[in-house]
Design a protein around this ligand. Structure first.
Ligand code: ATP
Length: 522
């Protein structure tokens, strides 16, 4: 494959522009293969105190594997790791932490202890390392947890069970827990994937502070806006190898071109849906919580409405109610003019309403307890009855649907039988979305569909959503305003459980990731 011309700031190594001094972290020749898949093919990297390195790469390029090696979750096949010039052999997360390396992982589903409280999770590392007072009373745990929570302004009930928090809240808890260790090297893998702009900005302020304190940070994100705001330089991985290094000021257009292999196109949106199109979904006097104000909403056939607002505003609550996970506190939904009160997700699916949930491990990869669930099995699971009334033909249909999805969504996998656990995070997310592409529906609900998908893949996903949009109504729930602008024909704000119809406006006729709020026509 040929690469685009190199940017002037690109060099063959990852040496920092500022040069000077011994790196805090030095990697040489890090390699890792999973069976026949080469995840990393010999990566070199130098990281200095007080700098933030953007680690970029398309889905499956090897970024998470590198992070997992550095924090002791995966053992490399070859290569050396040095901290402050000393060779480090990392075989466990405790070993990494002792060497001053901590990470916040992209897949946080299994991070933390779900049945413990937020406070207990936050204090866990100190309690286990013997750095806490001998008798850990509730008050001691709350104090230790309170210190960690305060560092990032975490506004979560410390007595809540971790399992009861939303994905975004658990992401914030994971970040607060990692930062509590005052690391030398901090690795962040998609830390803002489910955060709103305000929460992300709070995190960035904390990272600015850590940079001033000399912490070396590796930051992985598919949100280029985050990288522009934070990173001092960038390293692009491609197929497990360093494809280029960019010094400050980073030329992100060139870095993205190098990453996805072609220019990132400006997106063109479809013509607005006219008032003649029939209303598919009508919400009338709906309350998401008893104390909230009621609101109305109408979504027409062919329309893609992006619902955006901060974490906890009620987006997942609205999506779940329409999918039969729980009822509205009050009010009515109508689908194609008839009352819509699904008793459970199976009824919703049978009635032509599909949801891709925010937390893929909890809501989409079921049965999540099947560790080797394949791409085909995951895509076919909701349609088992429809596809195989006598239990015979499902496997063939599943495989055909999964093979089509692998092509349409560019899922990086060897076959439809690959287990989900062998896919990179972004590719797992594409499977979640591909599932709901396999059958026609009346109402499609997508909750944070772009988590962890690279910028090239996001184009493909938006194209796939648009391709079928004309036959159904679509609601996309996103924290990120730029993503709302990219995907929505119309944007509706949600705040404190209330959709604000008076703030509903058509999205701009065309937009790119750099679209500013002033681009929105009201
Ligand atoms: N446990 C595993 N078993 C088999 N293959 C794996 C496993 N984990 C990762 N891989 C493969 O290794 C390659 C690199 O994956 P990795 O998760 O490091 O990519 P990534 O750059 O972090 O992608 P993303 O942006 O989607 O998170 C991919 O081809 C992936 O399918």
């Amino acid at each position: 494959m040929t690469h685009p011309p190199a940017a002037s700031s690109r060099s063959a190594s990852a040496a920092p522009a500022s040069g000077g001094g011994r790196p805090v972290l030095r990697l040489r020749g890090i390699a890792k293969a999973y069976g026949p898949t080469r995840a990393l093919g010999g990566v070199d990297l130098d990281l200095h105190a007080g700098e933030i390195l953007a680690l970029m790469g398309a889905n499956g390029a090897g970024k998470s594997t590198l992070v997992k090696i550095l924090c002791g979750l995966v053992e490399p096949d070859a290569g050396t790791i040095e901290i402050d010039g000393r060779r480090l052999s990392i075989s466990t997360p405790d070993g990494a932490r002792a060497g001053g390396i901590v990470a916040v992982h992209q897949s946080i589903a299994d991070v933390g202890v779900p049945n413990l409280t937020v406070a207990e999770n936050l204090a866990l590392d100190q309690l286990c390392s013997g750095r806490a007072p001998l008798v850990a009373t509730r008050a001691v745990i709350r104090r230790l947890a309170g210190e960690r929570a305060a560092r990032i302004g975490l506004a979560v009930d410390l007595d809540a069970r971790l399992a009861d928090l939303s994905l975004a809240e658990r992401q914030l808890v994971a970040i607060a827990r990692a930062l509590g260790d005052k690391p030398r090297v901090l690795l962040l893998d998609e830390p803002t994937a489910s955060l709103s702009a305000a929460e992300a900005e709070r995190l960035f302020a904390v990272l600015d502070g850590l940079r001033r304190d000399g912490v070396a940070i590796v930051y992985i994100s598919h949100r280029t806006g985050d990288l522009r705001r934070l990173a001092d330089r960038a390293l692009v991985l491609r197929d497990g190898r360093v494809a280029g290094a960019f010094a400050r000021p980073v030329d992100y257009d060139a870095a993205l071109r190098l990453m996805v292999g072609h220019a990132v196109l400006q997106r063109r949106r479809a013509a607005p849906v006219g008032a003649a199109a029939p209303v598919v979904l009508a919400l009338k006097g709906v309350r998401l919580a008893r104390s909230a104000e009621p609101f109305d909403l109408a979504v027409r056939r062919g329309e893609i409405v992006a619902v955006t607002g901060p974490v906890g505003a009620g987006k997942s609550s609205l999506a779940g109610a329409l999918f039969g996970l729980w009822p509205f506190a009050s009010g009515e939904a109508e689908l194609d003019g008839a009352p819509w009160r699904p008793a459970n997700p199976a009824h919703a699916i049978a009635g032509g309403v599909f949801l891709a949930g925010e937390d893929r491990w909890r809501t989409s990869f079921f049965p999540a307890s099947v560790p080797f669930a394949s791409i085909a099995g995951t895509i076919g699971f909701p349609f088992l009855k429809r596809w195989s009334p006598f239990g015979l033909v499902a496997e063939r249909r599943e495989r055909a649907a999964a093979t089509a999805a692998i092509g349409a969504f560019g899922i990086k996998a060897r076959s439809a039988r690959d287990p989900l656990a062998a896919l990179s995070g972004g590719n797992q997310q594409k499977v979640v979305l591909a599932r709901w592409h396999a059958e026609p529906c009346r109402l499609l609900l997508l909750d944070e569909p772009f988590q962890g998908v690279d910028i090239g893949a996001r184009d493909d996903i938006i194209a796939a959503i648009r391709q079928r949009a004309g036959t159904r109504a679509t609601l996309v729930f996103v924290n990120d305003a730029e993503e709302a602008l990219e995907v929505g024909d119309r944007i509706v704000a949600i705040e404190d459980g209330v959709l604000r119809p008076d703030t509903a406006f058509p999205a701009a006729a065309s937009s790119s990731r750099s679209a500013a709020p002033s681009d929105i026509r009201s």
